[in-house]
Design a protein around this ligand. Structure first.
Ligand SMILES: Nc1ncnc2c1ncn2[C@@H]1O[C@H](COP(=O)(O)OP(=O)(O)O)[C@@H](O)[C@H]1O
Ligand SMILES: [Mg+2]
Length: 350
């Protein structure tokens, strides 16, 4: 990456001397298992847009196509099918048997979904369109789930190609580090960033903006939906919709079987990530000498539920980590933290 940057800046310097200076624009993209979120600057403000990273394939019919067009629902015609993708694909899930097709699974391109790259390309086009002029984009990639390092290489490169084919200069950024960029400026980018997503929880321990270690765990939002659904005989979609509604509060005593199952699996997610953090901190030989206690900042959809913060804080305090923790807090705008960090990464590094 350092080499690419040197070559890039040399090229930029050369062209900056020329007469026609092209304006450079920067974008950030959070390529998550559940949601794709874009970030770009509008004046001095970052603006975000998101699409669900899921789709359904409907059989082609003129009538269906006309209705989708009338309703402004994102779709793409492919042979004898209409791919309905993005936020409103959810509305068709039940018609298609209760589940949507997912381009990604546990943080990486879903090997069981042949249309994975195609649908991500469609969603990215809907969010930010192709590049016009000199546009540079940073896109988030997870840490490799254990044993899947080779798949991460494919994921990273294949998605880079999608963005380059759209005309962007593209560079990846680790998701945990993106959280650090967004939310740990006050502590000079020193601390622990955690992103609780649908497919994965990504964690980065950073010292002055340098990643000391990063890792992920695979017990995250989708795991909660799947496990909770299976023990109470519901569909994962039903569980997810309840989890995302205002009715659910992790801080309250569970009133129903679904609440109880959700509470148990949320705690499982938190315990898994805190245990992994402890293990990683104990094993690393790269830990610098910290003079001050460091903050933990968390973000992501799975952490958006009411009552999540106190449970995470209790688990972190109880774990007696080998580094001293100052506070455990949620990032502001926690559903856009990774996208904003990706935008910052593009602006800082590209
Ligand atoms: N408002 C909400 N309340 C509770 N859970 C939510 C909310 N929004 C999203 N989620 C859950 O968060 C997860 C997705 O988080 P996100 O950060 O978008 O993940 P990813 O990075 O994997 O796309 C899903 O499991 C989803 O059900
Ligand atoms: Mg995400």
């Amino acid at each position: 990456m350092a080499e690419t940057r040197t070559a890039g800046s040399a090229k930029r310097k050369a062209s900056a001397g020329g007469a026609a200076k092209q304006k450079v624009t920067y974008k950030g993209l959070d390529l998550g298992t559940s949601r794709i979120v874009s970030a770009q600057m509008d004046g001095d403000k970052a603006v975000f847009e998101e699409q669900r990273n899921a789709f359904v394939a409907l059989p082609y019919a003129k009538m269906t196509l006309a209705t989708l067009e009338q309703e402004g629902i994102l779709h793409h015609v492919e042979d004898d099918e209409i791919l309905v993708f993005g936020n409103r694909a959810d509305e068709f899930a039940n018609i298609m048997g209760g589940t949507m097709r997912r381009p990604m699974d546990t943080g990486l391109l879903n090997p069981r979904e042949p249309r994975n790259l195609q649908v991500i390309d469609l969603a990215v086009r809907a969010l930010i369109g192709p590049a016009s002029g000199d546009e540079r984009i940073s896109y988030s990639i997870p840490s490799a789930p254990e044993g899947r390092e080779g798949e991460l290489t494919y994921h990273e490169e294949a998605l880079r190609e999608v963005l380059e084919d759209l005309g962007y200069q593209a560079a990846s950024v680790n998701e945990g580090l993106a959280v650090v960029y967004t939310a740990l400026k006050e502590s000079d980018f020193t601390g622990i960033g955690m992103s609780f997503g649908g497919g994965l929880c990504n964690v980065c321990v950073s010292f002055l903006g340098m990643p000391v270690l990063n890792f992920c765990t695979t017990h995250a939002g989708d795991y909660i939906d799947l496990k909770a659904a299976s023990v109470i005989g519901e569909t994962p979609t039903t569980v997810r919709q309840h989890k995302e509604s205002d009715d659910f509060d992790l801080g309250e005593r569970p009133a129903t079987a679904m609440d109880r199952a959700l509470s148990i699996y949320y705690k499982d997610v938190i315990k898994t990530v805190v245990e992994a953090l402890q293990q990683e901190l104990l094993e690393t030989k790269r830990m610098p000498k910290l003079v001050l206690p460091v903050p933990v900042v968390f973000a992501g959809g799975t952490a958006a539920v009411k009552g999540f913060g106190p449970l995470l804080e209790a688990a972190v305090r109880e774990a007696r980590l080998p580094v001293e923790i100052s506070d455990v807090r949620q990032a502001k705008g926690a559903l856009n933290t990774t996208a904003k960090g990706s935008l910052l990464a593009a602006m800082l590094n590209m």
